[in-house]
Ligand binder design. Structure first.
Ligand code: CP3
Length: 324
């Protein structure tokens, strides 16, 4: 099977069209009709094996009462939460009625999807969402969040715990609404020392997976700890996830030997190679398939589709993945 992270997005003219209609990125996420259409666009165009809910990991801080906006070309901007005092200004619990349009999108998509296409719900992992909440934007150095986590772990834990509870509930609500699978995005798994990685990345994902499994033991959980490096070893076992998204820095033969015996692998074409296309892409796809096709494997990218990607390259990629 094949699907792609950020398969719905700005590289598709039909997405840009609806995005303009919605006005802002957030209004697109909160409009069930438009979000449904956008979720289905890449599935209809390319015949992918899964649809991923169109939404964003930063709807959780939005539903906690933090000011979140997406500025064209500048990415997300949040009014930062940098200590316990700031945290006390946010709600203790997510306002799930604020997120009801998201669950409505899930159920509408589920009712419209062909039965052999999976619907993937998702959320950000607590650490990754916290980086945006504390830094206020996409960060390079993670100065504020690291200083907080290292200098006062017991108050930082309050933030992580709140996000852990919210994320587990958010995933369960998506499953109730019709998601077949859920994915946890840990985009910033690669920025912590090992002890802190275990405490702030691995542990919360373990708790979330356990809570999802208590309610929905049959629903697969995928985690994508991007950039975890040697942290990938033992990660699936420690968190209890069924699927492991691998980034493009991991050698596929190593993944096949060390990780794939224990867990279904998902990945890992570099999105820049998809953008470049042609013989470079064909060779890379062949290499990934020959290394990983002998075990449980879902073809994907090693990160999301880039906005400048020609849609024809995506169509060719799907064909390459499916041919023998
Ligand atoms: O994958 C999909 O097609 C489903 C939808 C989806 C989006 N974001 C839509 C989106 C998913 C699964 C995400 C996850 C997400 N959001 C992550 C984890 C994956 C990753 O990329 O590491 C993160 C870190 C975010 C936070 C976020 N949202 C950032 C940093 C940005 C700005 C960067 C950018 O590409 O512009 C967004 C905006 C965003 N989320 C867009 C889309 C399609 C582009 C916004 C637009 O249309 O203006």
């Amino acid at each position: 099977p094949v699907w792609m992270m950020r398969q719905a997005g700005r590289y598709l003219p039909e997405y840009r069209n609806l995005r303009t209609k919605a006005g802002s990125f957030l209004s697109l996420c909160y409009d069930p009709k438009l979000a449904t259409a956008v979720t289905l666009q890449p599935v209809e165009r390319f015949g992918l094996d899964a649809a991923i809910l169109f939404s964003d990991i930063l709807l959780i801080p939005d539903a906690l009462g933090q000011t979140v906006s997406f500025i064209e070309g500048d990415g997300p901007q949040l009014h930062p939460v940098r200590n316990l005092k700031d945290l006390e200004k946010l709600s203790n619990e997510v306002n799930f009625s604020h997120l009801s349009p998201v669950y409505e999108t899930v159920s509408t998509v589920a009712s419209q999807l062909n039965e052999n296409v999976a619907l993937i719900g998702f959320a950000g992992a607590p650490w990754t969402v916290a980086t945006y909440m504390v830094e206020g934007h996409t960060s390079k150095h993670f100065d504020f969040i690291k200083r907080w986590a290292f200098s006062d772990p017991s108050s930082f834990e309050i933030l992580i715990k709140r996000l852990t509870d919210a994320t587990a509930m958010h995933l369960c609500k998506q499953i109730e609404a019709g998601a077949d699978v859920v994915q946890i995005f840990e985009s910033w798994a690669g920025v912590l020392p090992p002890k802190e990685f275990a405490r702030w990345c691995v542990k919360p994902v373990e708790v979330i997976t356990k809570r999802v499994k208590e309610q929905f033991p049959e629903v697969p959980v995928i985690a994508f700890p991007r950039g975890a490096g040697v942290g990938y070893i033992g990660y699936a076992d420690a968190t209890g996830v069924d699927g492991l998204g691998v980034d493009y820095t991991l050698p596929t033969t190593w993944v096949a030997k060390v990780l794939q015996p224990d867990v279904c692998i998902q990945g890992n074409l570099d999105p820049q190679i998809l953008l470049v296309g042609g013989s470079v892409m064909r060779a890379a796809v062949r290499e990934i398939k020959s290394a990983l096709n002998n075990g449980p494997f879902v073809f994907n990218l090693g990160h999301g589709v880039l906005p400048q990607t020609p849609p024809e390259h995506v169509a060719e990629l799907v064909q390459l993945v499916r041919e023998d």
